[in-house]
Write a protein of this length. Structure first.
Length: 247
């Protein structure tokens, strides 16, 4: 199963707390992780959060200002977001393609403005305040289950099949064959459910595999991998590893 990492921890800020938890069994093909990033005290300088492209959709809850939050997704490039010196975010990371609520706008990047959608973002944020990690996971699980009942999220059989066949998908043609679709059908259906064209989706999957498994074998050669990594992150692999720690 696809196991993306969405963040690089800046090695200069050892006091920023990152934690994540796996979802319960009934959500395992929909929710990848429940995530939390927070400061334990006010930092001496602004923290820049480095988010890696993973094609996932995030539900973001700002615990410092419960009016801020929403549904977000990155493009094919990583982004650095300035979180300031004092912050506390709780996120739900959904697998690519499982967000099905057409009424709810999916924004690009981190949410930094007041939420204006129909979801009970402020309500859930209030329930999370002061909770232990275990209690927070129960609240997030309940909320994700509620979204499932509302048909805002749902298992995506197409991406699930792609993830289970990653070892033998080396091209868009391989992806289409895996799904028994024509290239045109793949283009339309994948774009509709994930927001990405097949070529861009494959680039993200390759990058994630190389990062997670420290394996660049899906690239033609090392030079191709380094060039692709630089285009996606703005760093060479060496420079990235010197600056960021991937949990």
């Amino acid at each position: 199963m696809y196991n993306p990492t969405g963040l690089g921890k800046d090695r200069m800020f050892g006091t920023v707390v990152f934690s994540e938890a796996a979802p319960p069994q009934h959500l395992k093909n929909i929710v990848h992780r429940f995530l939390e990033v927070r400061t334990t005290h006010t930092l001496e300088s602004d923290y820049r959060f480095h988010a890696l492209p993973d094609a996932c959709t995030y539900l973001v809850l700002d615990q410092r200002d419960r009016t801020i939050g929403g549904v977000t997704r990155l493009g094919t490039r990583s982004e650095e977001f300035n979180l300031g010196r004092d912050f506390h975010f709780i996120n739900i990371r959904f697998f690519p393609g499982v967000w099905t609520c057409t009424r709810e706008k999916v924004s690009y990047g981190m949410i930094a403005e007041p939420y204006r959608g129909a979801l009970p973002i402020a309500e859930i944020g209030g329930q999370l305040l002061g909770r232990s990690s275990e209690e927070a996971q129960e609240i997030l699980t309940s909320f994700a289950s509620r979204l499932l009942d509302m048909k805002c999220i749902g298992e995506n059989l197409m991406t699930k099949k792609i993830f289970s066949s990653l070892d033998r998908i080396n091209s868009v043609a391989d992806m289409a064959d895996c799904l028994s679709l024509s290239p045109r059908q793949l283009q339309r259906k994948l774009k509709l459910t994930t927001g990405f064209a097949p070529h861009d989706f494959l680039k993200i999957l390759r990058l994630q595999k190389a990062i997670r498994e420290n394996d660049s074998s899906s690239y033609a050669d090392q030079s191709h991998f380094i060039n692709s990594f630089r285009k996606a992150t703005g760093y060479t692999p060496l420079k990235y590893n010197q600056k960021f720690d991937i949990p």
